[in-house]
Design a protein around this ligand. Sequence first.
Ligand code: GTP
Ligand code: MG
Length: 303
Amino acid sequence: MEENTQKKSGFVTLIGRPNVGKSTLMNHLIGQKIAITSDKPQTTRNRIQTVYTDERGQIIFLDTPGIHKAKNKLGEYMVTVAERTLTEVDVILWLVEPSTFIGAGERHIAEQLNKVKTPVILVINKIDTVKKQEEILTFIDAYKDVCQFAEIVPLSALKDRNTDLLTELIFKYLPYGPQFYDEDTVTDQPMRQIAAELIREKALRLLDDEIPHGIAVVIEQMKERKNGMMDIEASIVCERESHKGIIIGKGGSMLKRIGIEARKEIENMMETQVNLQLWVKVRKEWRDSELYMKNYGYNGKEI
Ligand SMILES: Nc1nc2c(ncn2[C@@H]2O[C@H](COP(=O)(O)OP(=O)(O)OP(=O)(O)O)[C@@H](O)[C@H]2O)c(=O)[nH]1
Ligand SMILES: [Mg+2]
C-alpha cells in the first residue's frame, strides 16, 4: 500500500509533424521495437500504445500519426487520432526537427498545445545530425516562446542520447498513483496488428515514391500448427494496377524481398517459425472510402 502511493503512473503522448522521429523515440524509451518506422513521412497511421515500467512507476506512451495537412480521409483520420490524444494524457511530448525555422505545420501544433493545460515537453530530436553543438542553443531560443514549455530537451532518439534524461523528466510531471498495467506488459497491440504493421514497414522501406502511401496490409489468416509454427496469409492493398506490378516486381522479386524481411521480424516477435504468404490487391481510392479504411484497421470509431 505504502509502496503504491510512492509510485508514479500516467499517460504520455508523442506528437509532431510526420517523420520527426516519434516512433523511433518511443521504441527507444521502452527498449523494444513496437512501432514501425521509416524515412517516409506518414508511416504511423494509428495510435500505438506501449508501456514502460521501472522502480519509479509506469509510463503509458501513445505514439501518434504525424500532424499534417490531410489530402484524403485517411489523412483526416490520422490527424484526428493524433490531436485527440492531447486531452487524454498527463504529459505531452512535442517532437521537432533541429532547426530554427518554425513553419506553418509547427505553428498549427503550437496553437493546439496552447489550448490545453497539460505540461508540454519540447523534444528537439536528431541532434546527432547537428555539426556544431552551439547551434542547439539557437534552436532552443527559436522555440522557447512558441508555447509555455515545462521543459526543453535536445536529444537523439536514434543514438539514445539524452533519452534517460527525458524519462526522468516525464516521471517528474506524472501524478502519483497505481499502475494501469502489470509490469510485464509492453503493448496492447494484438499480434495480428503488429504482423500487419511489420509487413507494411518492409513495403515502405523497400518501395519508392508515392506507392508506399497508398498501401495497407490485411492479415487474412493466422493459424498455429500443432508444432507451434505459424501460418500467416496477408494481402498488401494498393491503389493502382501499375503499383501492383511494382510491388510484385520482376518475377515476383520485390514481393519476395518484402516477405523475407517481414517474416524474419515476425518470427523474432512471435518467437516461433513463420510461414508467410503475401498477395497483392488493388482497391482504387481506398484512402477516401470509410468502408475500406475500416476494413484495413483505420476505424471510424476514433473520429
Ligand atoms: N539522424 C537521426 N535520425 C532519426 C532520429 N530519430 C529518428 N530518425 C529517423 O527519422 C525517420 C523517421 O522516423 P520515425 O520514427 O518513423 O518518425 P515519425 O515521427 O514516427 O514519423 P510518422 O510516423 O511518419 O509521423 C527515420 O528514418 C528514422 O531513422 C535521430 O535521433 N537521428
Ligand atoms: Mg511514426
